[in-house]
Design a protein around this ligand. Structure first.
Ligand code: BDR
Ligand code: CA
Length: 313
């Protein structure tokens, strides 16, 4: 088997972030070098805490967790307790973490790591607002050429928005950061709402998590139960969309996903559409492609993969 691919997870857990972290930790193809927490779904203290709870749930106290930015580059933080609950990880009752936070600042660690690893060998999985990544790129522009790829959950084209009528949450929270990332010249893969709204945890899929009969399977089922109540009220859909695990799914099985290499720009000026991902899906402008924008996924294949991976923990 080839050496595992090195990844860094930048995240704001969040139930769906937590499931993405578990999926990555369960996958022998991936080596999680570290987790950088960012303010997003809930404030930084809670996202940094939740990331450690998840590592401990997976029995992986060895994975370093760092605190990154506590607020967006230029905006006041918008959070999503209405989706994720007060702690960000409402649903299962999980013990407080005992592993400490790594004392090094997350953004500095990101820069040092990218500079010390072979060029192009590290993939960044971005599951929250892009503040940490943008700060790293602004402080150390040389790292742009060293990042293998950024695979991020964020944005939407056909699905438009979930936190405002025009914008998806991660991009809306820090649009200036997203603009830095999309303009950095780094290969980017985008898992937008167009794809993640098809990754729905139906009753049968949730039963499959619970049937694992493990602490991880039970916790994941309880997380999606909690997450679901919001989406049922809002969309009346078949289950909660598992946004962030799609990032890990794409890394493991890109054949389950389809999309287009297109230009994506971020709206930062308009109050009405702030954080909108202006995706040139139909290629109607001459603007060069700067992202692979996923539009569809094989949901059954994705959930089979996820459940099989969670069973390993
Ligand atoms: C994104 O926002 C957060 O609520 C989720 O964790 C996901 O990263 C979906 O819009
Ligand atoms: Ca997230």
């Amino acid at each position: 088997m080839p050496d595992p691919a090195k990844i860094i997870i930048d995240t704001d857990p969040g139930q769906d972030d937590a499931i993405a972290i578990l999926m990555a930790l369960a996958s022998p193809e991936l080596e999680v070098m570290g987790i950088t927490a960012v303010a997003g779904n809930v404030p930084l203290e809670l996202t940094a805490r939740n990331a450690r709870i998840v590592c401990e749930l997976a029995g992986r106290r060895d994975v370093p967790v760092f605190a990154g930015a506590r607020q967006p580059l230029r905006r006041r933080l918008v959070t999503a307790e209405h989706v994720h609950g007060r702690t960000g990880l409402d649903g299962p009752v999980l013990p407080d973490p005992t592993m400490p936070l790594d004392p090094r600042p997350g953004v500095g660690w990101l820069i040092d790591t990218l500079r010390s690893e072979p060029r192009g060998s590290v993939t960044i999985c971005a599951l929250g607002p892009l503040t940490n990544l943008a700060l790293a790129l602004l402080k150390a522009p040389d790292i742009a050429a060293r990042i293998g790829r950024i695979v991020l959950m964020g944005g939407a084209y056909f699905e438009v928005g979930n936190i405002t009528p025009a914008a998806e949450f991660n991009i809306h929270v820090d649009p200036e950061a997203a603009q830095v990332v999309f303009r950095a010249g780094v290969p980017v893969t985008v898992l937008p709402l167009d794809a993640t709204h098809k990754a729905l945890v139906t009753g049968a899929r949730n039963d499959a998590f619970r049937a694992l009969g493990t602490p991880v399977g039970t916790a994941v089922a309880e997380m999606t139960d909690f997450f679901e109540r919001f989406d049922l009220e809002k969309y009346g859909s078949d289950g909660a969309p598992l946004h962030d695990p799609c990032v890990i799914g794409w890394l493991l099985r890109p054949d389950l996903f389809s999309g287009r290499s297109i230009n994506v720009e971020i709206e930062t000026l308009s109050d009405l559409t702030r954080g909108m991902t202006v995706a040139d899906w139909w290629r109607v402008t001459p603007r060069p492609a700067n992202a692979f924008f996923v539009g569809d996924l094989d949901a059954a294949g994705f959930f089979d993969l996820l459940t099989e991976r969670l069973a390993r923990l």
